[in-house]
Design a protein around this ligand. Structure first.
Ligand code: IDP
Ligand code: MG
Length: 141
């Protein structure tokens, strides 16, 4: 399997719960490296742009409101099969359906406040990394 990069966000609910370290440990303990990281309060524009693919969905406004409700930790994870590995570590979107031992099963309350974001495919990973870390290719190689 190839070394990949994927975008991860620790969402405001998990930051507020003080579990940034626990979540990052899940990644590190499973062979993913933190290639870039930044803690930030997203602006409404940044959150809307990031979730533009969902703009027609009924939950879009609530999702944006939630994502700007407090600081987030935005990271690039790197490793063998990083995109799928991260999705597996995260668990299902709805924490009630997430497999035991996953980040969402352990740290999330609801489908709205579900602790983490992770890119779902190589093309979205590339777009999302470029969105938040446009200079990554320059400073990390
Ligand atoms: P994902 O985060 O597991 O990739 P997506 O379907 O891409 O899930 O949805 C993006 C985010 O939008 C989810 O993480 C969740 O916070 C929110 N979301 C998705 N579906 C619903 C819903 O039915 N109600 C409320 N929020 C939702
Ligand atoms: Mg998604």
């Amino acid at each position: 399997m190839a070394v990949e990069r994927t975008l991860s966000i620790i969402k405001p609910d998990a930051v507020a719960k003080n579990v940034i370290g626990k979540i990052i440990s899940r990644f590190e303990d499973n062979g993913l490296k933190i290639a870039a990281a930044r803690m930030q309060l997203l602006s409404q524009n940044e959150a809307e742009g990031f979730y533009a693919v969902h703009r027609e969905r009924p939950f879009f406004n609530d999702l944006v409101k939630f994502m700007i409700s407090g600081p987030v930790v935005i990271m690039v994870l790197e490793g063998e099969g990083a995109i799928l590995k991260n999705r597996t570590l995260m668990g299902a979107t709805d924490p009630k359906k997430a497999e035991k031992g996953t980040i969402r099963a352990d740290f999330a309350e609801s489908i709205d406040a579900n602790a983490v974001h992770g890119s779902d495919a190589p093309d979205t990973a590339a777009t999302e990394i470029a969105y938040f870390f446009p200079a990554l290719a320059v400073y990390s190689r």
